[in-house]
Design a protein. Sequence first.
Length: 220
Amino acid sequence: MAMHFDFSVIPHSLPFVWKGFQFSLGLTLAAMSGGIVLGTLLALVRLSGGPVLGSLAAIYVDTLRSIPLVMVILWFFLLAPIFITSITPERSAYITFTLFEAAFYCEIIRAGIQSIPRGQVFSGYALGMTYGQTMSNVILPQAFRNMLPILFTQTIVLFQDTSLVYAIGASDLLHTSEATGKTFGRPVEMYIFAAIIYFTLCFSLSTLVKHLQKRIAIIR
């Protein structure tokens, strides 16, 4: 028996889906920004050579990179009320994604820093710069330029992963699409619509990343 599709539900669902899309996009941008900042600090600590802080940073990064994101989302949401009196699924998602993505951005940034010739670090020291000044003024600007394509690629993956907040009931793009589909009795059409949104945005960003890679290759 052939399935009859009715996509006329989509115009009526747009206000609800738009709210979910806004949350998914906001979560992506917040986790990207916070993750890059925290990831940069973790990378600098790991590269500084400090035995204690370096080991703690390595444990943090390796632990989070070894655990599925959906488990981290569930654990934090279930355990957070012990320490935080009131936490919503949305707020929990913001915290979880930022902390989790920091571990991945850390490794990207650490590799980018290590791609810069070591002699530039020694040149900074020879000019009287401290470790922090050398990193912020000499190494990081070059490293971030080289890392831009892979940082954006990780952000695309991050946007796709925001659908996992469905597990704790946060109102993301996937969750609002499903809820709207059930309300109008057309869940399949709404799942297809959500998939088209994910594909269109991610494919467009992937294309931009390819152009960016070519431009950076020319600069090199």
